[in-house]
Design a protein around this ligand. Structure first.
Ligand code: TYD
Length: 244
């Protein structure tokens, strides 16, 4: 961890500052879903995709980590429960490696072609899981975002917030049911997951225009309705938004 502290100190002092490129212009719309494990993102993304496609929109879905073939290989390393010795800095860089690939290969081309891109997680996940819960700090995440994301910032972020115990129980039930080995992050302590949730809520308070908190402890239809309203009300980034 000493190296991480030195890295953050250098980043704070400005000796490693990377300026984020300006936000790219595109006619599409970029929406991200964030939340603790088991917050219902998958269900809500499926419902939104169905709804938008029903309205005749082109929709492209990305997942992090793992939205591209290379990203899926990186995902396997990141989530394999056997990789208990993965270093925090290596973990951080792998999440950004998957993201850099997805931005270039999937997200930006789709936005430039006018599609709605829905990403299951993006840099906010890294800010919260690695920056806050893992303790690597926000500066290093900003630095790597500037390097990896070509200035891309979501036009709208839906933060699905659910009670911590429900989140932990749902993630455990899902893993037991699927027999998944992709459980390395889920196996973190309750304290880690509590920091993730608090980190998300703090991030939402810091970016109230972009990040909208949606209570996920309700039936999925009510949650979906609220998300649809948020999308319709969003002006979009520097494109026409969904109303354009
Ligand atoms: P996944 O199975 O996709 O979980 P979920 O369905 O909850 O999204 O696993 C992704 C895991 O990786 C999840 O525990 C969150 C974590 N993660 C990070 O720690 N940092 C990141 O930058 C990202 C994108 C995910």
């Amino acid at each position: 961890m000493a190296d991480d502290a030195a890295f953050n100190a250098a980043a704070r002092a400005g000796s490693m500052r990377a300026t984020r490129p300006s936000k790219p212009a595109y006619p599409g719309f970029f929406v991200t879903f964030e939340g603790t494990d088991g917050s219902g993102k998958g269900t809500q993304i499926d419902l939104l995709v169905e709804r938008l496609r029903g309205e005749g929109r082109d929709v492209v879905v990305n997942r992090e980590p793992g939205g591209t073939p290379i990203g899926r290989q990186i995902r396997a390393i990141l989530l394999d429960a056997a990789n208990t010795h993965l270093q925090p800095t290596a973990e951080l860089l792998l999440y950004f490696a998957s993201r850099a690939q997805a931005v270039e290969e999937v997200i930006l081309p789709a936005l430039r072609a006018g599609s709605v891109v829905i990403s299951d997680r993006f840099t906010d996940s890294t800010t919260v899981y690695q920056g806050a819960a893992r303790g690597l700090g926000a500066e290093v995440v900003e630095l790597l975002d500037a390097l990896s994301c070509q200035g891309l910032v979501p036009d709208l972020t839906i933060l699905l917030d659910i009670d911590l115990d429900t989140s932990i129980a749902r993630a455990a039930a899902r893993n037991a049911e699927s027999g998944s080995r992709e459980t390395r992050m889920d196996e973190e302590s309750r304290e880690f997951h509590a920091k993730v949730r608090e980190g998300y809520l703090a991030l939402a308070r810091a970016h109230p225009e972009r990040i909208r908190v949606v209570d996920g402890d309700r039936d999925s239809e009510s949650v979906a309705r609220e998300i649809a309203e948020l999308l319709e009300g969003s002006p979009g980034g520097n494109g026409p938004g969904l109303r354009g």
